[in-house]
Design a binder for this molecule. Structure first.
Ligand SMILES: *Cc1c(COP(=O)(O)O)cnc(C)c1O
Length: 423
């Protein structure tokens, strides 16, 4: 597999290199310039998640690289992604049955294993910024890997206390660092670190956020899994609604489409609606990031957007084919209540936004699938309060909630971060 820096086509790397490096020079994202469609999608849909995913990923990565791929898929994808009927016309693809109860477990577990397979240099440091679930999934996926240190940055007071427990209670090779600023400021610190070449080389810096191509490739697989679980008569007009933050998840969906999965896509955002406004007006005008109930989507400069545009260009699609919608917090709560009252389905804020935007977009004869990106219990306060419930905490969260946080606190200052990481 060859990947190219989206800012400079002359920088071409193998899959293994792209995984190790994370990002190209000038902060250019690595991406393919061609996607060969899969030959027998119908046949693939008959296979199990693991067997199908091996074939899809082998097709994408190619025969020459990563001989360990098949065993990596087996050990990474150990939990289900059930498609659950939510209402007459739509289903939730529940991606939250992994160890940290979020869809990011798919990408993080795959990436941790790929990185460990392609890392010959010894010491590696993962530096990643999270607005919530990434950090938890990455921490869990890399915990205990002897040759890899992990530093996770997150905005102080802007992620749920349970999310924080999943990140900050592990210790060992996992360092949790709170930054007294926004998620965007955390992302900027990560970018600065990656521009600091001597530092990158010294600590073997690697990003594990959705910039890393391995995470995106892993996520391609569950779009096929969703359609495979649909009755055959419903597979012809499928619409995926994706709750978007950094736009990694929807990029994966669009890669699946490029591979031959028949579907239309809907961008679902919260009040941080840079992309919906862009799709409407053609103007890219990020506002300051606003904290919302769906905090994993509190991102106003989504860093995977250039990949979405590159895909549309590559495939000759028009951006007007992308449907979109956004909900503020009040509308999010209303959507949660509506889905619960009418259908008895409990959704946390991210999934509820995806469901509502989907409902508004579905046309006659289409079947909708919205992505359930987090377990409702990860947003227990909001869910309990909005739906007047007392959700039980799943065991894994109940145990974590008892443990003390080991997080450190810094200002959004690169010098401070560097000192901390070298110290
Ligand atoms: C990360 C996350 C999202 C957004 O996914 P992107 O790939 O960043 O667009 C949505 N919902 C939840 C719960 C998340 O953790």
């Amino acid at each position: 597999m060859q990947l190219f820096n989206l800012k400079d086509h002359n920088e071409a790397v193998s899959f293994a290199q792209a995984v190790r490096q994370g990002i190209g020079h000038d902060q250019g994202l690595f991406f393919m310039d061609h996607i060969e469609p899969l030959a027998h999608v119908e046949e693939l849909l008959k296979l199990s998640l693991v067997e199908r995913s091996k074939l899809i990923l082998r097709h994408l990565i190619g025969k020459e690289e990563l001989p360990e791929l098949e065993s990596i898929v087996e050990s990474a994808f150990t939990f289900r992604a059930p498609l659950v009927k939510a209402d007459e016309r739509s289903y939730c693809l529940e991606l939250f049955h992994g160890p940290t109860l979020a869809f990011k477990d798919f990408g993080a577990r795959f990436m941790a294993r790929v990185l460990s397979a392609v890392n010959q240099e010894g010491r590696l440091t993962i530096l990643t910024a999270t607005s919530g679930d990434t950090g938890a999934a990455v921490a869990d996926a890399f915990y205990g890997q002897s040759n890899i240190d992990v530093v996770i940055l997150y905005p102080l007071g802007k992620i749920s206390s349970l999310q924080e427990k999943l990140i900050a209670t592990l210790g060992g090779n996992i360092r949790a660092v709170q930054v007294d600023d926004t998620f965007d400021a955390c992302q900027d610190l990560v970018k600065q670190a990656f521009e600091d070449r001597p530092f990158v080389n010294k600590v073997g810096l690697n990003s594990a956020n959705s910039i890393n191509i391995s995470r995106l490739l892993a996520q391609v697989c569950y779009y096929f899994e969703a359609v495979a679980q649909l009755p055959e008569e419903k597979r012809q007009a499928v619409v995926f609604s994706v709750p978007c933050g950094n736009f990694g998840n929807i990029t994966a969906g669009l890669i699946a489409k490029s591979l031959g999965l028949k579907a239309r896509f809907v961008v679902a955002c919260n009040a941080n609606d840079t992309v919906p406004r862009y799709l409407k007006s053609g103007k890219w005008e990020p506002h300051a990031t606003i904290p919302t109930l769906s905090n994993a989507m509190d991102i106003s400069r989504p860093n995977n957007w250039p990949r979405v545009e590159a895909l549309f260009k590559m495939q000759g699609w028009d951006l007007s084919e992308l449907s979109y919608g956004s909900l503020d917090d009040e509308a999010t709560r209303a959507a949660m209540r509506e889905l619960y009252a009418k259908e008895g389905y409990i959704a946390e804020p991210h999934a509820a936004i995806a469901w509502k935007v989907l409902s508004d977009s579905l046309r006659e004869g289409e079947t909708g699938i919205f992505l359930g990106t987090a377990h409702p219990a990860k947003f227990k306060d909001t869910v309990d309060h909005t739906l007047n419930l007392h959700l039980p905490l799943p065991d894994v969260l109940a145990r974590k909630a008892q443990l003390p946080s080991k997080a450190e606190l810094i200002d959004a200052d690169y010098g401070t971060l560097k000192e901390l990481m070298l110290g």
